[in-house]
Unconditional design. Structure first.
Length: 482
């Protein structure tokens, strides 16, 4: 994702990372409340075929934390709060910028207020909740006044704020469930007033569980069947930002989009659908089966995209669904076993992924994460594959992306942006070279429309925006992949 922002210096990045890694003092962790197992979704979608979530009475917060717990979270919590105080809510990844972007410039003041309020980890939830409540109220006022355009905008932004407020939750507490309900309610209101067709998607897995998504159809779909993508967000991403409020790069190109939260992702975790390799192997087939029931979709032109940890999830899902015609991933998380992101990056990543996996014991999770690998799976992908990566990705070292490129048997393209970290952007190469998000959308449209990817290449985009193109096989022979 291309983002406009000033990048921190290499020294700042190194010092921040080393500070997190070297911290060893103990700190108390605030209790988040006792959790209950939530098996079904709240019946907030009128006429929805999604699972039903009963209204549950959850015990009051006690001194014991019922969710995941890790050694680094305990030891480094005080460090994390000090880093947030010094660097703000985007201390490790530009999350607020990523959430802000799809909402458009009208939401800039909202996110500025969030950034101003957050000075420690515990501030994140109430800061987003305050904006969500305000926007939801404005949406209701606009409806009463008959201003459907304003109502659409307010409800969309409110849904994004409600979703962002859930990011720090690591149990299915009553608080988490209620915020999830309000998020869905606001997004359904947005869908009611949206300029294009938006419907709630409930994608059934073989075991009877359902994945939550939103299905967006471009305006001109009535004229005939359209190409479609299955879009998989990242670990900290959610489906509500999958399509921009206005000027979306896929909808504007006439591509329908099923934004799907797969096993473990956001609402799936609330519904008790956890991460597993088997579940992700089934996700591609399940999504295609759901799309087969949508009259607007041309099943001969369906692709898949994945961002951040979604790059791994999409790779696994596409490996077991041969009807997918092309795959495009960015801001990669492709290290088998995920050591770097879980042991060297912010401790929030491991805590969140343990919640996504339905695990509270760190030793159990450390064994489980060794199963998270594309090795033995990705060699099944024969279709064109685009990978957009940062040269200095701090969450997934480049060597693992290059190993994947060597493994893929089909045509492939690797785009590496000079000096970019994990979230591709924030650097001159992304600002002056091909826009990562826009290029990906057009690349996907070309593939779905039958334009072949004739050469497998590695593109290196330098700080001036210049592109150095190298034959992929020649490049991989020249680098040490041991």
């Amino acid at each position: 994702m291309s983002l406009e922002h000033n990048a921190p210096s290499a020294q700042d990045k190194t010092e921040r990372r080393n500070f997190l890694k070297s911290a060893g003092l103990m700190a108390s962790v605030a209790g988040v409340g006792a959790a209950s197992n939530v098996a079904m979704a709240q019946a907030s979608d009128k006429g929805s075929t999604g699972p039903q979530m009963s209204s549950m009475s959850v015990p009051l917060a006690g001194p014991k934390h019922e969710g995941p717990m890790t050694r680094r979270w305990i030891e480094q919590r005080w460090v994390l709060d000090n880093i947030i105080r010094a660097n703000g809510i985007d201390w490790d990844q530009p999350r607020s910028i990523i959430y802000n972007g799809p909402c458009g410039p009208e939401s800039n003041a909202d996110f500025a207020a969030v950034r101003a309020r957050v000075s420690k980890y515990a501030d994140i939830n109430p800061a987003f909740e305050a904006q969500a409540k305000r926007r939801e109220g404005l949406g209701k006022e606009s409806e009463l006044e008959g201003d459907w355009v304003a109502a659409r905008q307010h409800y969309y932004i409110a849904a994004v704020h409600w979703a962002a407020s859930q990011w720090t939750f690591d149990t299915n507490s009553e608080h988490n469930v209620k915020n999830n309900e309000r998020k869905r309610a606001c997004y359904l209101k947005y869908a009611q007033y949206a300029e294009h067709k938006v419907v709630a998607a409930w994608v059934p897995l073989p075991n009877g569980q359902k994945l939550a998504g939103w299905f967006h159809v471009p305006k001109h779909a009535a004229a005939g069947k359209v190409p479609c993508i299955i879009a998989i967000p990242g670990m900290d991403g959610f489906k509500e930002t999958g399509i921009a409020l206005y000027g979306d790069r896929y909808i504007e190109r006439g591509i329908a989009v099923l934004v799907l939260e797969g096993p473990g992702q956001y609402e799936s975790a609330v519904l008790g659908v956890h991460v597993s390799m088997q579940a992700w192997k089934e996700t591609g087939r399940a999504a295609m089966a759901w799309l087969a029931q949508q009259p607007e979709v041309d099943l001969e032109r369906v692709g898949m995209t994945g961002s951040s940890f979604g790059s791994f999830f999409a790779t696994i899902a596409a490996s077991y669904e041969p009807r997918i015609k092309a795959v495009a991933v960015g801001s990669t998380c492709l290290e088998p076993g995920c050591h770097t992101i879980f042991e060297e990056a912010s401790p929030t990543f491991k805590m969140r992924f343990m919640y996504m996996s339905g695990m509270t014991d760190e030793k159990e999770f450390d064994q489980f994460r060794q199963t998270l690998t594309w090795v033995g799976h990705a060699d099944k992908i024969k279709v064109p594959y685009l990978c957009v990566a940062g040269e200095s990705d701090e969450l997934s070292p480049m060597i693992f992306t290059e190993r994947l490129m060597k493994t893929l048997p089909g045509p492939k393209q690797l785009m590496v942006y000079q000096d970019s970290r994990h979230s591709v952007g924030l650097v001159p190469s992304a600002n002056l070279g091909p826009n990562p998000a826009g290029y990906t959308a057009q690349w996907m449209l070309d593939r779905l429309n039958g334009k072949p990817l004739n050469r497998s290449e590695r593109w290196f985009i330098d700080a001036s925006g210049r592109i150095e193109k190298t034959d992929m096989a020649a490049y991989l022979r020249a680098v040490d992949l041991a």
